[in-house]
Design a protein around this ligand. Structure first.
Ligand code: ACO
Length: 317
């Protein structure tokens, strides 16, 4: 049974920050960032909240789907953390849209959108929903040490959304988790309890870049191979692959091993940087917007991120 994608949307903050702009704040250069990562620019919030971006992306997706907010049976938001610890972003999105359905957040870091698709598929298969809205939104600029050139140049802020309806578009999906708080983590708030006696840690992204790089390439190759095999489809039948946008060199290394052609790869890292779980739905939304996808096209999504989590799926449009 499962689902079809019937509407998409995306949003980003107004301010685009180029590599040259960044080089005014940290010791870096456009040459280093472009050649090591493929990133040329990213959008950074100057005041837009995560809810602002979420609602903008969600309203576009719902409008494009032809549904009303009242038709939604569930709202899933993927984010590492919303504007508040509680309420969840999903609940506030529900209020702003004027929907009345249950709503909750999922944290699977950059793999969030694919984890949400997996949860949504289970709701559809159990007959518990006709229409589900997924909103993936991240504001990585809040979690960066802007003095650390090794991480602050990599990320951007943004939101992507998709409305799913009952249908037969999901051909295969897998998600994985391997608990790890060494390679990639953002410490939680330690609070100021007089009883805890714990060392305060700044809430910044910590990453062992070269290890995450190796993990990412091998995970993408493994997951895409697995879901294509489960769907009984060869790479030649795939119209587009939307990989998580963390580093162009990760994408190119995996694509080469998978024998993917350049025209199959969907890229936005040059314009958005790494927007974590929003990366894939932002590009999916662009593909629908530019009418590059037709009914029956096969699209593969693949992501990896903190957790460590990974996910991939094969979708027929
Ligand atoms: N500008 C200039 N020089 C820099 C910068 C910068 N922005 N950042 C690091 N350098 C320097 C380093 O200090 C180092 O200098 P040294 O040799 O004098 O010590 C040199 O460049 C090389 O640094 P490396 O870290 O070895 O660079 P590498 O080629 O490995 O690239 C990168 C680093 C881009 C982070 C890469 O490892 C990578 O992309 N890793 C994967 C990242 C990723 O996928 N993250 C996913 C996160 S998703 C999530 O869930 C949050």
């Amino acid at each position: 049974m499962s689902f079809k994608i019937i509407g998409t949307g995306m949003a980003h903050p107004a301010l685009a920050v180029t590599n040259s702009d960044l080089s005014k704040y940290v010791d870096t250069s456009d040459e280093w960032i472009s050649s090591r990562t493929g990133i040329k620019s990213r959008f950074i919030s100057t005041g837009e909240s995560m809810l602002d971006l979420s609602v903008s992306a969600a309203k576009t997706a719902v409008c494009n789907s032809g549904l009303d907010a009242g038709d939604l049976d569930l709202i899933i938001c993927t984010t590492m953390q919303g504007d508040y610890v509680t309420p969840s972003l999903a609940c506030l999105i529900q209020r702003e849209l004027g929907a009345a359905c249950p709503a909750f957040d999922i944290n699977a870091a950059c793999s969030g959108f694919i984890f949400a698709l997996d949860v949504a598929a289970a709701y559809f298969d159990a007959g518990r929903a006709e229409n589900i809205l997924i909103v993936s939104v991240e504001m990585m600029s809040k979690y960066l040490d802007w003095n650390d050139r090794a991480t602050c140049v990599l990320f951007g802020d943004g939101a992507g959304a998709a409305v799913l309806a009952k249908g037969a578009g999901l051909r295969a999906i897998k998600i994985t988790a391997k608990g790890d708080d060494e390679l990639l983590f953002i410490p939680g708030n330690t609070g100021n309890s007089p009883f805890a006696g714990k060392e305060h840690k700044e809430q910044y992204v910590h990453m062992t870049g070269s290890e995450v790089f190796k993990f990412a390439v091998s995970a993408m190759i493994r997951d895409i191979t697995d879901v294509l095999a489960a769907a009984g489809i060869g790479t030649d039948k795939v119209k587009k692959v939307i990989p998580h946008q963390a580093n162009l060199r990760i994408i190119r290394s995996a694509a080469e091993k998978l024998n993917l052609r350049d025209d199959q790869l969907v890229l936005g890292i040059d314009r958005y940087g790494n927007t974590s779980s929003a990366s894939i739905p932002i590009l999916l939304s662009e593909l629908f917007e530019t009418r590059e996808l037709e009914s029956g096209d096969i699209v593969v999504l693949s992501a990896f991120g903190g957790g460590l989590t990974t996910g991939a799926c094969v979708i027929e449009i």
